[in-house]
Design a protein around this ligand. Sequence first.
Ligand SMILES: *Cc1c(COP(=O)(O)O)cnc(C)c1O
Length: 239
Amino acid sequence: MLSSIRERYLHTLDQIAKAAAGSGRIPEEVRLVVVSKTQPLEVIRAAIAAGISMFGENYAEEALGKIAALKETEVEWHMIGHVQSRKADIIARNFSMLHSLDSSKLAEKMERICSELNRTLPVLLEFNVSGEESKFGFSAWEENHWSDLKPDIEKILSFSHLHVNGLMTMPPLFEDPERTRPYFQRLRKLRNYLANQFPQVQWQELSMGTSVDYIAAIQEGATFVRVGKAILGPRVIKK
Ligand SMILES: *Cc1c(COP(=O)(O)O)cnc(C)c1O
């Protein structure tokens, strides 16, 4: 039984390294974002003390409080949840990367704000590859409709303050990772399609895989895995 954040963190890093090596990849290709949504500050402080320096948050305002409280640390914050347009400013000012750019409307708003702030924001485009209605992201579950995505993507790629690095997805939740694997495969296939259509862009990043299925995600090409519960423990229910 792994009883501390540090033990679970080291165990996860070990699993990541093994999964990468087992698929002929180098472990450094895969980065671990520790998902701290709804976790209180004490837990994040304990995680920092355990050596964790990259956190993923889902809710702009909740994250803002944590980021302010931990300003003196060397932590990197990644936004992984749906961002409402009116919260775009919080993201542009406080985050290192946006994994969940899910509409051209949000992209437009982010571009305007980043331009005002004179910064470039690394972003990933979020795709819904399952068709599950509750999921955000550009619709991409039907491969023969992928060409419909091109006008939106072309527009986002024209924004000079957004740096598109790759793709992200959040598949339906299954306990058995073999049920999510096909969605990871579809995201990788979509990446290859986009790399073909838009060769001027580096589509190297694939953000996919959570506590239950990050090993399968790495086997399918993940470069970012987003792991919460398996390291930080159960979440406080959000009221
Ligand atoms: C909550 C969340 C995760 C992490 O889920 P765990 O089950 O805690 O590992 C990863 N990605 C996104 C987008 C999330 O909302």
